[in-house]
Design a protein around this ligand. Sequence first.
Ligand SMILES: *[C@@H]1O[C@H](CO)[C@@H](O)[C@H](O)[C@H]1NC(C)=O
Ligand SMILES: *[C@@H]1O[C@H](CO)[C@@H](O)[C@H](O)[C@H]1NC(C)=O
Ligand SMILES: *[C@@H]1O[C@H](CO)[C@@H](O)[C@H](O)[C@H]1NC(C)=O
Ligand SMILES: *[C@@H]1O[C@H](CO)[C@@H](O)[C@H](O)[C@H]1NC(C)=O
Ligand SMILES: *[C@@H]1O[C@H](CO)[C@@H](O)[C@H](O)[C@H]1NC(C)=O
Length: 466
Amino acid sequence: MPSHLPLLLLLLLLLLVAASSSDPISLPLRQTPLPPHPDPLHRLAALASASYFRASLLKNPHRRSSPPSATSSLFPHSYGGYSFNLAFGTPPQELPLLLDTGSHVTWLPCTSSYHCRRCASPSGNTITPFLPRSSSSAALVGCRNPRCLWIHSADFLRSRCAACNNVTSDCPVSACPPYALIYGSGSTAGLLMLETLGFSGRTFPNFTVGCSVFSQRQPAGGIAGFGRGAPSLPSQLGLRRFSYCLISRRYDDDASERGSVVLDPPKQDSSSGLSFTPFLNNSAAGAGSPFSVYYYVGLLEIAVGGKKVKIPHSSLLPDHIGNGGVIVDSGTTFTYMASKVFDPVLAAFVDRVAGRYNRSTALEVQTGLRPCFAVPPNATDVELPELAFRFKGGAEMRLPMENYFVFADAAGVCLTVISDGDDVATADVAGGPAVILGNFQQQDYLVVYDLERRRLGFRRQSCLII
Ligand SMILES: *[C@@H]1O[C@H](CO)[C@@H](O)[C@H](O)[C@H]1NC(C)=O
Ligand SMILES: *[C@@H]1O[C@H](CO)[C@@H](O)[C@H](O)[C@H]1NC(C)=O
Ligand SMILES: *[C@@H]1O[C@H](CO)[C@@H](O)[C@H](O)[C@H]1NC(C)=O
Ligand SMILES: *[C@@H]1O[C@H](CO)[C@@H](O)[C@H](O)[C@H]1NC(C)=O
Ligand SMILES: *[C@@H]1O[C@H](CO)[C@@H](O)[C@H](O)[C@H]1NC(C)=O
């Protein structure tokens, strides 16, 4: 129908003009996201608080403690993380481990006397610990094994290994001394062992994994350390890449709905719709620094409603002692922003929403999230400003509304970003990354950690595998 062509062109032009005008960009938020919960406000508060503790852990890690293409399903948990199954030992014993790109030691609940205080357990399921005695391939890491240096300093080991060879001392004969990993408010302790690791039909002998006998405030099943550095699972397995796809906003322990994690996925480039941004080195932090475990990216700009938020650029890059900068983390639930980043973002949202919805401080107090807005009760569509991140290399993440706003109740929505709260000691989060991009914001994205080419790739897609 050639006669309609000019009209179509005109319409297209109008659309283009409309799209590029400077009007704030708003997106609709539809009510449905979180599954039913007896006390939704309490759940949000719990997730906010878990994110806060996670931020304080990533910002203040105590890595060295004093003595004392294979695809798998990825399951969401009520504690705000995602787990997948790994098999250890001969014959294999399968356990769920938290997928954690913010730490690098892999450990699992181990021995029949494993004790876990205040640990998050997937509802209704108790996890059977790994039993080294039932495995023919389990071996302790020796005191002089270079892998013992992954968790202890050389200085400490010089004296300690001699003592460990003394049968009367408290460590098993010539074994690497026990580790104690401290994660924010939680911790885990045990012995390093070598064990055969099985993942989706592939086996890797002599994988170094922590056999934890005591933990506090940890996921019930242990942690798979996907961070940077020699001890991490990707390094030990020699992976060139890994990727994950997190299903949408269901921290509900429902095993029937899952996303996926892939080790060594095929090479992909921007022709597959992925946007890439290089990983940055936090060189000031140095090789031994706990910050060297994190995946830093160059976040250049945060935009709210299509308008760039004024943020001191320096805070988005690590400073001369390694503080600041932006990391991507699968183990954090809600994105964390230090106040100097968060305050202007908060102000931008408040400014953009003004006149449309009232701010609800009551909801903010109840959930620990800011800002919250009162919306018409049981509204099916709520218009809120778009949140976008622009990264080094041109990659842009324009988040769908569901990845940063949540219905706190039938008449209110809250931004799912946390910052330095006044209810917790602010000193706790003074150092470390200024922004931690959490898993809530990454849902329904395919996220590729291209280790070979040192870059992060992402694209929006549905992650649900039924
Ligand atoms: C072994 O440890 C015991 C107790 O600490 C000590 O008395 C003994 O001298 C040690 N033996 C050696 C060979 O170091
Ligand atoms: C695993 O380590 C043990 C002890 O260090 C060694 O004897 C064995 O050859 C190793 N196995 C493989 C497959 O590397
Ligand atoms: C980061 O460090 C690695 C290894 O230390 C090096 O190969 C790489 O070139 C560095 N990247 C940048 C962007 O400086
Ligand atoms: C905001 O609050 C004021 C005062 O309580 C009220 O009059 C107004 O209708 C509210 N506006 C909206 C959009 O809910
Ligand atoms: C909103 O929906 C809930 C649950 O469906 C219902 O109990 C409540 O009465 C509704 N509120 C209003 C103001 O319609």
